[in-house]
Design a protein around this ligand. Sequence first.
Ligand code: PMP
Length: 439
Amino acid sequence: MTEEILDSSILDAPRILVTPPGPKSTEILKQQEELETSALNYPKYFKIAIKEAKGSTIIDVDGNIYIDWFAGIAVVNLGHNNPIIRKAVESQLDKVWHYMEVPSEIRVEFMKTLRKTLNFDSKFLFTTTGADAVEAAIKIARWNTGKRHIIAFNEAYHGVSAATVGLSNMLNHRRFQPFHDTNVLRLPYPYEFRCPFKDCLNDILSLVEYEIKNNEVAGIIVEPIAGEGGYIVPPKGFLKGLREIASEHNVLLIVDEIQTGVGRTGKIWAYEWEGIKLDIITISKGIGEGIPISLVAYNKDLDNLPQAFHLGTYRGNPIGMAVGNATLNYLMTSNILERVVTLGDYTKKQFNQIMEDSYKLGKYEVRGLGFMIGIEFSNENKSPISVKPYIDMLLRNGVIMYKAGMFDNVLRYMAPLTIPKLLIDRGLEKFEDVIKSTK
Ligand code: PMP
């Protein structure tokens, strides 16, 4: 198995020497609070300061070692400090670090590699963050169709920049940003655990078609699995159905693979599970393994964009491209994708078993694909239960997990794809202890 070569995890994790936050973490967190914005989010959940990150393990400044099922929010797909990625960074450091869009060898090589992974004749536009890529994708759809409306879904998350927050169903963020895009038609995502319709899939597809017939729709933007919205796996046929409707009405289908892509579901791109052809795809997170880089790939028929259509200083960082190239090559040539499917199924089953045996608060659902697994908590009447306290309990037990869902009611498993099975099993034991301890 390739994991021996790839993974530098500390195998006796977790090791909690002092209940987090230990004294050194407390001091650094205090200094951060004095210096950095009050708008911080993640340190409110993970009250530790990091010394090092190796494979699927995080070491804090007090010497505690955690199993990382968070991967920097589904970013370090090949694990922290992965030797292949490290080599790619190091070799690019000797060449060029930044020169806008002026090409270097790696730029062309990366695009050729990207093309090998996509099933359509693609052209590429480089951006920096996820929201930046989504913004460009929406612009491309509007420019090409001359129409203004975009269909997005409830439980969607596409970023919180002014141009994308209108697409994300995050009321809070829209309150923070009153100048959001209002040409968005938001429809329910097929969320079967909470679906108000008789036939969730077909009723929603009918709504999509209805909106298209009654508005000036340029594009539909959709996540193959709703990520921040709760790791919601739509029923089979959803993407296919959207594809058919989009083609019939000359609407562009934009698939946001910022979280689902780069091997996370057991395919390089999650849309491959439905075998559909895309018009536009947005890519970020795992492609840079922590180096901020994102991009839009679109069908070359849409390539009538004027010069400087989406301008910016950072349009494809060479180091990020070297990392992206190495990552995709690794996904294409190793057996890691099969590993993600097999181990993902195994992990999902184990979560289910633990919940069945030990969850005493009411109803729950375990769902997911590959290494994108959500565990939804609710009471007997399906009222959502916030998982926020569980994040802290898990941390104290040495496991880093984060929330998702419109009501913070889903714990999500998004470990690096390279995590040793041993650390999955050990994390599951801790997860079970935490679930058992709450009544
Ligand atoms: N789209 C999806 C599907 C995402 O999961 C995210 C980030 N969680 C974004 C867009 C926005 O990416 P960024 O935070 O880099 O702007």
